[in-house]
Design a protein around this ligand. Structure first.
Ligand SMILES: NC(=O)c1ccc[n+]([C@@H]2O[C@H](COP(=O)([O-])OP(=O)(O)OC[C@H]3O[C@@H](n4cnc5c(N)ncnc54)[C@H](O)[C@@H]3O)[C@@H](O)[C@H]2O)c1
Length: 328
């Protein structure tokens, strides 16, 4: 099976590529080739038993995207995006990358003789609802930000294209993925990783929301498990409803800090100081903090583990590389 990862140099794209290189197969199908596509040239993971093509290009450029999705591609994982705060700050950029980029993906998939599986990463930010609701599987998407609106548009486009047999999409509305290695990024939810990562690096950081603030999270490893499940699952039972709310975990900022203290000690906890930020709180406060996720569980998507477990995985897998990247 030939696979293309769009956004293949990003946080989750690079991780998925590494996992595929290690596994060599997807479900019971051998991987015969992998294309990684991103704005900057992605780095191929080591150890793959199949050829890897790395391409630099713009997701909003249909010619570049078509080159990344050649005839014979069986799976496209579409991760390329401008993330939340950046898409809110620059409407035109968000529209170009998040909407026109997805249109270019649709055009490239339509040109294939055999419709490919497309795994698309939507987001909890495509919903409104705020802190106090548990969103049902059939809740309406009423995004309070442009990023979420663009993700919801992408979902609708891919759902309709699936109905028409142009491709076969599964859209995962990802929770906030923690712990993100490296540096803080432009996502409004960046602090959710920062309050765990920075203290483990020995650095001070701030908490812009109250400790009672709840957030729907998952670990990077669990997100990759979900991508692989979405890539290989039977989509028949989905019907025309291609959007999935995977089984993340609701945690409060206070619970995350308690897990930080349990794993990293009181000195780590002491590096996080309260510093309310009304702009951040306004964006993330509108995102739902909990989903029922009943359909996803029924469809075989695995449950998110607890915060202490994901924190220990971050320390084992990502802390040393993050220290090296940041010269610490
Ligand atoms: N990480 C999270 O917490 C989270 C939560 C919900 C949804 N998502 C979604 O999951 C996907 C992957 O997230 P991530 O955390 O790996 O993000 P990321 O920012 O690390 O990766 C996205 C990649 O898209 C690339 N990209 C941006 N503009 C592009 C363009 N014009 N052309 C080509 N590539 C372009 C970036 O260079 C980047 O490598 C994104 O679609 C994101 O919206 C992520």
């Amino acid at each position: 099976m030939q696979i293309t990862i769009l956004g293949g140099a990003g946080f989750l794209g690079a991780r998925l590529a590494a996992r595929l290189a290690q596994a060599g197969h997807l479900g019971d199908r051998a991987i015969t080739g992998l294309t990684l596509f991103d704005l900057a040239l992605p780095k191929a993971p080591q150890g793959a038993a199949f050829p890897i093509r790395c391409l630099a290009g713009d997701i909003a450029d249909p010619t570049s995207v078509a080159a990344a999705i050649p005839q014979g591609t069986g799976l496209v994982v579409h991760l390329a995006a401008v993330v939340s705060a950046a898409a809110e700050a620059d409407f035109d950029l968000g529209l170009r990358v998040n909407l026109h980029g997805t249109l270019a993906v649709l055009a490239a998939c339509r040109a294939l003789r055999t419709p490919p599986r497309v795994v698309f990463t939507s987001s909890v930010a495509s919903f409104g609802g705020g802190q106090d609701v548990v969103l049902a599987d059939d809740a309406r998407q009423l995004p309070g930000n442009s990023y979420g609106a663009q993700k919801a548009m992408g979902e609708l486009l891919l759902q309709d294209a699936s109905r028409r047999g142009m491709l076969d999409a599964v859209s995962l509305r990802l929770p906030t993925v923690i712990v993100r290695p490296g540096r803080p990024n432009k996502a409004a939810s960046s602090f959710v990783s920062s309050i765990l990562r920075e203290p483990l690096l020995g650095l001070q950081t701030s908490l812009p929301v109250p400790e009672s603030f709840g957030v729907w999270i998952c670990s990077p490893n669990r997100a990759i498990d979900w991508f692989l499940h979405a890539a290989a699952m039977d989509t028949g039972p989905l019907g025309i409803d291609r959007g999935i709310n995977p089984p993340g975990l609701r945690v409060t900022a206070g619970q995350m800090l308690a897990a930080l203290e349990a794993v990293g000690g009181p000195a780590a906890r002491a590096l996080v100081r309260a510093e309310p930020d009304a702009a951040i709180a306004a964006i993330v406060g509108g995102w739902p903090a909990e989903f029922a996720a009943t359909r996803a569980r029924r469809l075989g998507f695995s449950q998110q583990e607890d915060v202490e477990t994901l924190l220990r995985a971050f320390i084992a897998e990502d802390l040393a590389a993050t220290k090296a990247e940041r010269g610490l």
